[in-house]
Ligand binder design. Structure first.
Ligand code: GAL
Length: 740
């Protein structure tokens, strides 16, 4: 029997070590003596013959650095978690077909071994579709170009590729003895992700694909159960599970399956232009307690640590680089209070009830319309009770077992002995901590810049075609950027040249951002939104007599991660494009010759790396004095600040672009302002992200995580590409610290 996962009290390091040893012995050796197994029954997941209440949290290995993993996992364990849940991200592991990468931040096995060493279990959500606000929902972009492919349906090329990757991961796990059936930490695996409603819309093909995916997974014979989330018709032996803000209305599709909640949303993600969403911990704890009192036995915080969408990994469009998620461990790996501590107390109270919860069904009695008692009374052993008040406005006084209890609004009291209240979801006894971004002692020095040259086209990297082409088909998502350039001849007799109304340029784009340049000058920019990718630019432009160069820089801001057949969604300038106001009337530019260039010159020249080739014409910023220029590369150096606080770049003075530290991308930045309704937030009542919004009127994201492990003591190189214009000399390195 393995019992070392229960985290009733924080352990001393020495005894911790002892437990880890015992755990390893029990699993690794034990599995040769008794057979290790994970099964399930109507009550719970059953590990080596023992029913378990399992508390889980999502930490995505790709969203932090390997140097952070152990600390994150230990904090999760200390917060009372038994299980770490992660998706597997196909696109980082197979960046081009048949070429695999499991190094660095993508070292899945190293991450899982850290979880194992902590004496915790793993839920491995292989997908390989993951959603997750991750670029293209985790699918590699090359997959879109496999002939005759259609994603997530009964389509042979797709199924072949999906089976190939799923097998690859399962085989890797087996070879590393990662499944619990082999003595490893993985107790559950997920195939697909929230396919239910998508599949229904695809009719018979959807159903066939779903059953194919289920059978394919089961045949891989991992020795641990598979789950499908939000899949009411998941076939046996797969367990269908719930995702949501609350899951107490959920029951699995067979009476012999346990009630599992694979995504307990602890907050919500952020999109550029939107506010920050917080979920009050009182309501989160209330949601969890409601689920447990109903008979649920596994729940997983999505996210327990959200982390950072480094590089161009954010899904989209417009998901921010920060994936903080208002999680109990913040983006930087610091504990968020009171969220973390209040949940830790909740977990302790739930674990005190574990024997009762796992033995019997609850007896439910009502005290009134909005108050109930759920009582678990086993034949032997203590009884446990959950007293609930669903009234969002009023506290309730109830009498239970001849004792009086006051229940705050929208709360549950947990009584592990049916007598004393160990925990109430609305009574937060943990002190809040405030985090602050403090200036560091490290200044940026030796600023230099160079502007993307709009006039000279290197013919080897461009091509010309008639008409407007789809962006991702050209870039294959190797860059966010695609240039569309054409020229327009203007006769010298045009009336606008003699004081008439200047012409207007209309450009419609399918996403996601557009910068318009006329004869090398920035005319303006337009942006879509996450929900409305299509947008129109219509502005007056400065034309002259003779030939005019119109250059449109289309910017992709993360590929979609969800939606029916999103692989068919188009990106870029697809028309109409037209000039209005010339003497001849409308001039259609959709079918003229356009010259295309994928990516920026700076990208082609690899300016982000310290070994930039010498013919790059960097100029010292102070000599130029044109800091607001669009399409400009900037670079500077800095020394590592002392201390061990997490670091961030304050990008408040900048517009929009991407930043790299010592050659590694810390992500896309954009100082766009948050639109929202920040009217205050109350924990009681049914929660939705709009309930608690923060940061309205401020840049959605101002600070960008700089992992300490990416730095050397001195002369760290910061490079950034600024699309709109900003003052890089005001960029500063800050330390994230707790306010005392
Ligand atoms: C879920 C999905 C997750 C994530 C979440 C929102 O529906 O399964 O992958 O996208 O929504 O953060």
């Amino acid at each position: 029997m393995v019992s070392s996962q229960s985290s009733k009290t924080p352990m001393e390091p020495r005894s911790n070590f002892k437990w880890v040893l015992l755990f390893l012995l029990a699993t690794q050796l034990g599995c040769q003596l008794i057979s290790c197994s994970v099964t399930y029954d109507s009550k719970s997941i059953v590990i080596n013959g023992e029913r378990r209440i399992l508390i889980s949290g999502s930490i995505h290995y790709t969203r932090s650095t390997p140097e952070m993993w152990e600390d994150l996992v230990m904090k999760a364990k200390d917060g009372g978690l038994d299980v770490i849940d992660t998706y597997v991200f196909w696109n980082v592991h197979e960046p081009s077909q048949g070429n695999y990468n499991f190094e660095g931040r993508y070292d899945l096995v190293r991450f899982l071994k850290i979880v194992q060493k902590a004496g915790m279990y793993v839920h491995l959500r292989i997908g390989p579709y993951v959603c997750a606000e991750w670029n293209f929902g985790g699918f590699p972009v090359w997959l879109k170009y496999v002939p005759n492919i259609s994603f997530r349906t009964d389509n042979e090329p797709f199924k072949r590729a999906m089976k190939g990757f799923t097998e690859k991961i399962v085989n890797l796990m087996k070879s590393e003895k990662m499944f619990e059936s082999q003595g490893g930490p993985i107790i559950l695996s997920q195939v697909e992700n929230e396919y239910g409603s998508v599949g229904k819309a695809y009719g018979g093909a959807g159903y066939n694909y779903m059953t194919w995916a289920a059978n394919m997974a089961v045949k891989l014979d991992t020795g641990v159960p598979w789950v499908m989330c939000k899949q009411d018709d998941a076939p046996d032996p797969i367990i269908n599970t719930c995702n949501g803000f609350y899951c107490d209305d959920f029951s699995p599709n067979k009476p012999y399956k346990p009630t599992l909640w694979t995504e307990t949303w602890s907050g919500w993600f952020t999109e550029f232009g939107g506010p920050i969403y917080e979920r009050p911990v009182q309501d989160l704890a209330f949601g969890v307690a409601r689920f447990i009192q109903k008979g649920g036995s596994f729940f997983n915080y999505y996210m327990f640590h959200g982390g950072t969408n480094f590089g161009r990994s954010a899904g989209g469009p417009f998901i921010t680089t920060s994936y903080d998620y208002d999680a109990p461990i913040d983006e930087y790996g610091l504990i968020r209070q009171p969220k973390y501590g209040h949940l830790k107390n909740l977990h302790k109270a739930i674990k005190q009830c574990e024997p009762a919860l796992l033995s019997v069904e609850p007896d439910i009695t009502s005290f009134g319309n909005l108050q109930q008692a759920h009582v678990f009374s086993p034949k032997s052993g203590p009884c446990a009770a959950f007293l609930s008040n669903y009234d969002p406005n009023n506290a309730a006084k109830v009498t239970f077992n001849n004792k009086h209890y006051t229940l705050p609004p929208w709360s549950i009291s947990i009584l592990p002995d049916c007598n004393n209240v160990a925990f109430n979801t609305a009574n937060v006894e943990v002190e809040s901590t405030k985090m602050e971004m403090k200036p560091s002692d490290s200044d940026m020095f030796s600023w230099e810049m160079f502007t993307e040259d709009l006039t000279v086209s290197d013919e080897s990297s461009t091509f010309t075609a008639t008409g407007l082409l789809e962006q991702i088909n050209i870039t294959r998502d190797t860059s966010d950027y695609l240039w569309y350039t054409t020229s327009v001849d203007v006769g010298s007799s045009e009336s606008f040249l003699r004081g008439g109304e200047p012409p207007k340029l209309l450009v419609q784009s399918m996403g996601h951002a557009l910068h318009v340049f006329v004869n090398g000058e920035h005319s303006g920019s337009s942006f879509g939104t996450r929900k409305h990718r299509r947008f129109t630019y219509k502005e007056t432009i400065n034309l002259r007599a003779g030939s005019n160069k119109i250059a449109l820089l289309s910017v992709a801001m993360g590929l979609p991660n969800m939606g029916g057949h999103y692989e068919t969604w188009e990106t870029g300038v697809l028309g109409p494009v037209a000039l209005y106001g010339l003497d001849r009337g409308k001039m259609d530019l959709a079918w003229v010759n356009w010259t295309y260039q994928a990516g920026l010159k700076g990208e082609a020249m690899n300016v982000i790396s310290a070994n930039t080739n010498s013919y790059m014409k960097w100029t010292q910023d102070s000599l130029i004095g044109q800091k607001q220029k669009p399409l400009t590369w900037h670079k500077a150096y800095f020394n590592e600040p002392d201390g061990d606080e997490p670091l961030a770049l304050d990008m408040n003075s900048m517009g929009k672009g991407e930043a790299w530290i010592n050659g590694q991308s810390i992500g896309r930045y954009w100082s766009t302002y948050a639109n929202g309704d920040c009217q205050g937030c109350h924990y009681a009542g049914v929660y939705r992200p709009l309930t608690c919004q923060l940061g309205c009127g401020q840049p959605t994201q101002r600070w960008y995580h700089v992992p300490r492990s990416w730095l050397k003591p001195s002369n760290n190189l910061l490079v950034l590409f600024e699309e709109l214009g900003g003052d890089p000399t005001k960029i500063s390195l800050v330390k994230r610290s707790t306010v005392q």
